[in-house]
Design a protein around this ligand. Sequence first.
Ligand SMILES: Nc1ncnc2c1ncn2[C@@H]1O[C@H](COP(=O)(O)OP(=O)(O)OP(=O)(O)O)[C@@H](O)[C@H]1O
Ligand SMILES: [Mg+2]
Length: 293
Amino acid sequence: MVLLNLTIENVTKQFGDKLAVNDVSFELTAGVYGFLGANGAGKTTLMRMLVTLINPTSGRILFDGKDVEVLGDEYRDNLGYLPQDIGLYKNFSAEKYLMYISAIKGIEQQAAKKKIDELLEVVNLSEHKKRKVGKFSGGMKQRLGIAQALLNDPKVLVVDEPTAGLDPKERIRFRNLLSSISKERIVLLSTHIVSDIEFIAKEIIVFKAGQLIQKDKPEELLENIRGFIWTVNVSEHEVIGFQNKYKVSNIISNQNKVALRIISESKPDDRAIEASPNLEDLYLYYFDQEVAQ
Ligand SMILES: Nc1ncnc2c1ncn2[C@@H]1O[C@H](COP(=O)(O)OP(=O)(O)OP(=O)(O)O)[C@@H](O)[C@H]1O
Ligand SMILES: [Mg+2]
């Protein structure tokens, strides 16, 4: 059987006296992992270590049991990376851009051509391959970004906030694309947007202030907050009071009544009725007011 395992072992990254990633350990196998955290949680820093752009201050990363620093290019040959701010060459056509990246990755020209045609199909850009990248929409650019990350058929694909700035339709398309390529790869996707990973993540990794605070299947994570989610119908003038006292994940006005969705470990009001948790609630539970959009 082919191994596919990435082990993060007590990894810490310090910038000056800033601990960006603090003693993090976890394991990844094939499938999509959603990497959830607020701004500055350390997602990008950890991802940059996973793709060997920076080295941990301490700790190790193991690919199929071997230290990636020792493996060097043998590991990097298995990597695909879509950075948070990918620079695309706007005067290149999609096809030319992919040829250029293939050359950088050392892929032989004939093989590259074949692979590029194949990938343009996968990311649904075949029709636009001659078009200049500068004229692409946000979603098309991100799909091209994924195509470049897949040129070397990576076993480990790291994508850093790929859906920022995409409209809902483009987000869904992108989500389906990642899901469809994740069977024999480790895909790690960071986001602030819960709905990006709700349906495709095998596990969600919750990161806060440089530390891993949760790693589990979405449904298991939701079980952890069962009993903490409430809905309560209040009058308009009561809304502010509840907002000041509780985490309110949703407010729906209906004539002169307001339905509040509240996250609270104890029953917030006599009128409150327990509700089933969702991932938006989970995000709010861990990240206070830093609500996902
Ligand atoms: N090169 C660097 N030098 C100094 N501090 C850094 C550096 N890179 C990151 N940091 C700090 O480390 C912390 C984690 O940053 P990181 O970019 O990893 O967070 P993030 O979770 O990716 O945030 P975002 O959601 O905004 O992308 C932040 O406090 C950041 O300011
Ligand atoms: Mg980041």
